[in-house]
Ligand binder design. Structure first.
Ligand code: ADP
Length: 368
């Protein structure tokens, strides 16, 4: 058993539509004997992964997410969180090959659509078999594991109705069930989770993180997610959107719709009034367009999530997925929307390892 464990680095992989997430367990309780018998290639891979924070041109290790001294299958060690764009899979496999992975004949656990799509490439390029696991099973077991071993995993945004006072606060999620899980990746999946092995997929929408990035690139000419978020942070969507007050001159009181609520996304750029539409459009900046795109996508997801929570009679809604990476604007908006439209009965929750739970869940299933 030891020999088998020793023969392969412990990986869990989630190969999504946009990003590939790789979680690596570095054992820290290696005995002298184990170290002596460790294959050199394995030692080199461990060193390569843990001594660097960038791999090739597009691989990154999220060092701020690293978890030390966690138990896994009777061992103790450190979890490392690595990501790269799925479109770079060819380069990733070439890199893995150059580090000697192909000589360690064995299996890696993987989930996400890419576990199917790239299965043959893994076998051909690096001699690796993929043990495939369901992405939602992996997601839920990953959340459960990380939440148990990281006391500061779960948080919420306090005072979401007052932007200046809105701040991150820790949330005790030790009794998690039931909760609604909203996974915002390229697309969106919404699960109702009643217990560790009891969940269902309620619905989904194709209008997700991939839509935000795609539209934002088309509208602003930006090239990366980070750039899109940065633009959005400096923009004002009210130059682009039509608000309730643009239509009513103020609040629509009878139905409790505040004047600053977006009534129609992107539709200010084609109302005439004093200006013709071309003049009006030229007043709109790239930042405003990025912000309006972010607001549109985020509010749409928030609204679907809230309807699902109502239908399932669940009051805690956990938002995850890499769309929320470096994206406090969307998190605060979701926190606000959940709170405001439910009269304070629903709560939006967030998890620090936002995009990595599928990969973690896979790592837990790793079988030597
Ligand atoms: P998937 O499994 O579908 O790839 P993820 O949970 O990894 O989903 O989220 C992908 C989304 O995360 C993208 O559509 C984009 O909105 C956002 N994102 C965050 N960081 C990046 C990045 N570095 N590159 C591309 N997209 C990113």
């Amino acid at each position: 058993y030891l020999a088998v464990n020793n023969a392969m680095p412990w990986f869990g992989m989630d190969i999504g539509g946009t990003l590939c997430k790789l979680v690596y367990f570095e054992p820290k309780d290696i005995t002298r004997d184990e170290l002596d018998s460790e294959i050199e290639i394995l030692r080199n891979i461990r060193k390569y992964l843990t001594k660097h924070s960038a791999y090739g041109k597009t691989g990154h290790r999220d060092m701020h997410l690293q978890l030390d001294n966690v138990p896994l299958r009777g061992r103790r060690g450190t979890l490392h969180f690595i990501r790269f764009p799925t479109c770079e899979m060819g380069n990733f496999l070439a890199l893995a090959k150059s580090k000697g992975m192909a000589t360690l004949v064995t299996t890696v656990s993987a989930t996400g659509g890419g576990a199917y799509k790239f299965e043959n490439d893994f076998r051909k390029e690096v001699n690796l078999k993929l043990a495939k696991f369901d992405e939602f099973d992996s997601l839920i077991s990953g959340i459960q594991y990380i939440d148990t071993h990281n006391p500061n995993e779960c948080y919420y945004w306090a005072n979401p109705t007052e932007m200046e006072k809105c701040s991150k606060s820790s949330y005790d999620f030790s009794n998690p069930y039931p909760f609604l899980l909203v996974n915002i990746g390229s697309g969106v999946s919404i699960l109702a989770v009643y217990g560790p092995n009891n969940y269902k997929r309620v619905t989904g929408t194709s209008i997700g993180g991939g839509t935000f990035l795609g539209l934002c690139c088309l509208l602003t000419g930006c090239n990366t997610f980070e750039e899109a978020i940065e633009l959005a942070a400096g923009g004002d969507n009210t130059n682009v959107d039509k608000l309730v007050r643009d239509i009513y001159g103020g609040d629509y009181e009878r139905f409790g719709l505040p004047g600053d609520l977006v009534a129609s996304s992107f539709s200010a750029v084609c109302s005439f009034g004093q200006m013709n539409s071309r003049e009006k459009r030229s007043k709109v900046s790239r930042e405003d367009l990025a912000r309006a795109t972010l607001v549109t996508i985020t509010n749409n997801i928030g609204s679907i999530a809230r309807m699902c929570a109502l239908q399932e009679h669940i009051d805690r809604v956990v938002f995850i997925g890499n769309f929320l990476r470096v994206n406090p604007i969307s998190m605060k908006m979701l926190a606000y929307a959940m709170d405001y439209w439910s009269n304070g009965t629903m709560k939006a929750l967030f998890l620090e390892h936002e995009g990595y739970f599928g990969a973690v869940g896979c790592l837990l299933r790793f079988n030597g």
